[in-house]
Write a protein that binds this ligand. Structure first.
Ligand code: HAM
Length: 426
């Protein structure tokens, strides 16, 4: 019988990796606290309509990539492909705006998109997602981006490119849509099937098409920045000049439309050449109509999501730097010694001192081998005979020096040593 493996595009995060994940999450949580951003956790499963309405029916995500199924109660449900729609659903459902119309929220967790798996692209991946609700000032856009850049810096990520664009508002977007439509009208035959179909529903999607023919055509298309209304233009100017004031470099990419339909005004991506085809590690932007579209009040929003797998692949983190090593290994020989070691090991752990031992009547050689493999700081060695004499051996695993110590006070001796070394390290 063949082994059961993970689902295609889904990945296990093994023990050698989890500490790196935790360290990123911890750094993110620390900076979120500085910016007053609070955690929200929403379910991974939502009603399908949330994403259809939120992300947009004519996006790749909704058209092709959602894990959607009808459950036993005849309800269409979907594994969340992103977090923004879920966060907004929760914000509306619990009327969080009633207590405070301003909300800064973050969530961290798995998302699901049935894309073709390749390097940097998975069917289950993880995002660190931030959403600011109730903020319409362009300085909020700048704040969100500045916080993101600082987080990436704290994580040691250099060599990234911030790409920015504006997608306009309800005032200037319709005219832009018309001008794109008339630009594409004569070139219809050369567009891919998807884009031809989307001409009627969402012509802006052509900007996002990966087809080389469509890419070539769209190069000369009109750009929103050229036809943006006065207030969208001003908004973009304040965002970009605030970034400049803080020395944050950016590139204006007028062809960037993002893959989700809810965006208005500021959009941005963090890209890097090290990621190859899947070059965006972060995507985000403003979505001033989304809360209303999902049935809530007219409240603006802006946010971003970092792809954790892509982020990890860019960070110079080594698993060894995060390995956990026992402080002490107890090598005990003989029945009585094993019993004493078992109890001492547990007492040390209860005091917060990482301790390990080998069970069973293993030879001293094999126990020392285990102590070495675990890379522990000290090994405590005793047999029934040593216990009867009241002395045990403590071996320093760094220089192999050994001292005899009283068994009576060994727990305290180890605790004191551990405390001193922690203070020294800290
Ligand atoms: P997104 O651009 O679709 O935006 O995704 C954000 C990030 O998630 C991407 O830049 C990438 O790093 C990661 N990502 C997306 N799909 C995959 C995949 N299949 N495999 C691995 N990583 C992936 C959003 O999801 C928006 N909700 C962001 C946002 C929040 N906008 C406003 N607020």
């Amino acid at each position: 019988m063949s082994n059961i493996t993970t689902v295609k595009g889904f990945k296990d995060i093994l023990p050698d990796e989890t500490a790196k994940w935790r360290s990123i999450e911890e750094k993110a949580r620390n900076i979120f606290a500085d910016f007053g951003i609070r955690e929200i956790r929403t379910p991974v499963l939502e009603k399908t309509d949330l994403f259809r309405r939120g992300i947009g029916d004519s996006t790749d995500i909704v058209e092709k990539e959602m894990y959607t199924f009808v459950d036993q109660g005849e309800e269409s449900l979907t594994l969340r492909p992103e977090a923004t729609a879920s966060v907004i659903r929760s914000y509306i459902e619990h009327a969080l705006y009633a207590a405070d119309p301003l909300a800064k929220l973050f969530t961290i967790g798995p998302m699901f998109r049935r894309e073709r798996p390749q390097k940097g692209r998975y069917r289950q991946f993880h995002q660190i997602d931030v959403e600011y609700l109730g903020y319409d000032d362009p300085r909020a856009d700048a704040e969100v981006i500045m916080l993101l850049i600082q987080l990436l810096k704290n994580l040691g990520l250099a060599d990234v490119k911030l790409e920015m664009n504006t997608l306009g508002c309800a005032l200037c977007r319709p005219a832009f849509r018309e001008s794109i439509l008339s630009f594409l009208e004569g070139k219809k035959e050369d567009l891919c099937e998807d884009c031809r179909r989307r001409l009627n529903t969402n012509p802006l999607r052509v900007f996002d098409c990966k087809n080389t023919g469509c890419r070539r055509i769209i190069t000369d298309a009109p750009r929103l920045l050229d036809v943006a209304c006065g207030s969208c233009r001003k908004h973009f100017d304040v965002v970009t000049s605030s970034l400049t004031d803080f020395g944050i470099p950016f590139f204006v990419n007028t062809g960037m439309v993002r893959g989700l339909d809810y965006y208005t005004r500021t959009t941005f991506e963090i890209t890097t050449e090290f990621l190859g085809a899947q070059n965006a590690v972060v995507g985000g932007g403003r979505y001033d109509g989304l809360v209303k579209d999902l049935g809530g009040p007219d409240i603006p929003g802006i946010g971003f999501a970092i792809g954790m797998e892509r982020l990890l692949s860019l960070l110079p983190m080594k698993s060894e730097d995060f390995a956990i090593h026992p402080y002490i290994f107890i090598a005990a020989l003989g029945d009585y010694a094993q019993k004493q070691a078992f109890s001492l090991c547990h007492r040390l752990r209860l005091r917060g001192i990482p301790a390990e031992m080998a069970y069973g009547g293993k030879s001293l050689k094999s126990q020392m081998k285990r102590a070495n493999k675990l890379n522990c700081r000290y090994t405590l060695i005793f047999g029934d005979r040593e216990l009867a004499a009241g002395t045990v051996e403590l071996r320093d695993m760094r220089d192999s020096s050994q001292v005899s110590l009283s068994y009576q006070t060994i727990e305290e001796t180890i605790a004191t040593k551990f405390g001193e070394e922690q203070t020294h390290l800290g």
